[in-house]
Ligand binder design. Structure first.
Ligand SMILES: *Cc1c(COP(=O)(O)O)cnc(C)c1O
Length: 388
């Protein structure tokens, strides 16, 4: 669907993606495969264009967390191997196989269900064994008490019919945090990961692809490169560690100054009357609100970047609009473009003010915000995500 635009839109810089991809590959060395994490529509950046660009650049694998996300990529011509990191109901096994998806297998019971369905469908499902080394989410538990039972279970899983177990992986809980206890915990998780791989090798069970490094580990523990690494947030040039590797943000969220109004002192702005003009004020109404992904928690906190400089958000952010103070920016006019997040005002800072993480703010940029893609310095596509 083509967009009519000029309200609110997100510009996605695929040249920044190329820059980040090259920097990350350099960081992890030539032997480790690059798995691009494109779940949640590439953290809101648009999975089809991001995946196509990563494929063109030489990435070896992609990952999503919902089987329909993989179907969407296949429908749009993406042929790279895709790892489904998340939970898939076993009755979707035929779908997994038909879409050439590699499924994470998190328990023996799940493996048995996938195996039975794959046999019934007359196919083989590619699988990666998921280890829980301390995240306490999906996976075979690897702490002392559970270790031996998991070794035995994984050996049985690898012998099940209808499964082609290609890889084994784990996920870190605090690899992006610098505190000493976080480092200790990450090293503990990694030692459990290696111990499990070694114990399985002793039983004659080997894996073609072992992988563990998310963004945090890619920045801080490049020695965990193994056969593949799985950077998500830093691929998009955001998160608190993106600067450490000189990465560039892909997304600039843009809107326009819709209307400018003059208010007398004492006038209150927006729902709840949480902002009161303390002086004669020039206020801009912007066509972006929380339904576009601008979190309401940023009310009276965030500032947008106008051609004249920063303009603070005044009063509560509404569903479709918000107001900004332009009193000190007399040159800003109706129709001017403003950056909600961009090179001058990082989504990382907005996330901190909203009490969350940048992941949540880019994922929240909603489907009614058209994405405009740039490659080799030129606009290549406009995408509106509303139903056709
Ligand atoms: C989301 C996810 C990643 C990527 O995490 P980032 O923090 O964005 O790098 C890697 N592995 C798994 C299993 C994930 O769920």
């Amino acid at each position: 669907m083509e967009s009519t635009l000029r309200r609110t839109w997100a510009e996605i810089d695929l040249d920044a993606l190329e820059h980040n991809y090259r920097a990350l590959r350099k960081q992890m060395g030539p032997k480790s495969r690059f798995l691009g994490v494109v779940k949640a529509d590439s953290y809101g950046h648009g999975a089809i264009h991001v995946s196509r660009t990563l494929a063109e650049l030489g990435a070896e694998y992609l990952a999503i967390s919902n089987i329909d996300e993989a179907r969407e990529l296949r429908l749009h011509g993406v042929t790279l191997p895709i790892l489904q990191l998340g939970l898939t109901p076993a009755d979707q096994t035929a779908n997994v196989i038909a879409n050439h998806v590699t499924q994470a297998v998190w328990s023996e019971r799940a493996a048995e269900a996938f195996s039975a369905q794959a046999v019934k469908a007359g196919g083989r499902m590619k699988a990666h064994i998921k280890l829980d080394t301390g995240m306490s989410r999906l996976g075979f538990q690897c702490d002392g008490e559970h270790f031996q039972a998991s070794v035995d279970a994984i050996c049985r899983v690898c012998a099940l019919p209808g499964l082609d177990v290609e890889g084994i992986f784990t996920h870190f809980a605090v690899s992006d945090e610098a505190a000493e206890d976080c480092k200790e915990y990450t090293l503990l998780q990694h030692s459990r990961f290696e111990a499990m791989i070694a114990a399985l090798a002793d039983r004659g069970v080997h894996f073609r692809i072992c992988h563990c490094a998310n963004s945090g580990a890619t920045v801080s523990y490049p020695q965990f490169a193994h056969d593949m690494f799985r950077p998500g947030i830093i691929t998009y040039g955001i998160g608190d560690q993106a600067d450490a590797l000189g990465l560039k943000p892909l997304m600039t969220l843009k809107t326009t100054v819709g209307v400018i109004k003059d208010f007398t002192p004492g006038t209150t702005i927006s729902y709840g009357r949480t902002f009161r003009a303390g002086r004669p004020s020039r206020v801009g109404v912007l066509p972006i609100g929380y339904a576009d992904g601008l979190h309401r928690a940023l009310s009276n906190k965030w500032r947008v970047w106008t051609p004249g400089g920063f303009a603070p958000i005044t009063g509560r952010i509404c569903m479709d609009m918000c107001m900004v103070d332009l009193t000190d920016l007399p040159d800003v006019q109706e129709g001017d473009e403003v950056d909600v997040y961009g090179p001058h005002n990082s989504v990382n800072d907005a996330a901190r003010l909203a009490g969350t993480i940048s992941y949540e703010l880019t994922c929240a940029v909603s489907k009614r915000v058209p994405r405009i893609y740039f490659r080799h310095g030129r606009e290549i596509d406009r995408e509106l995500l509303l139903r056709d």
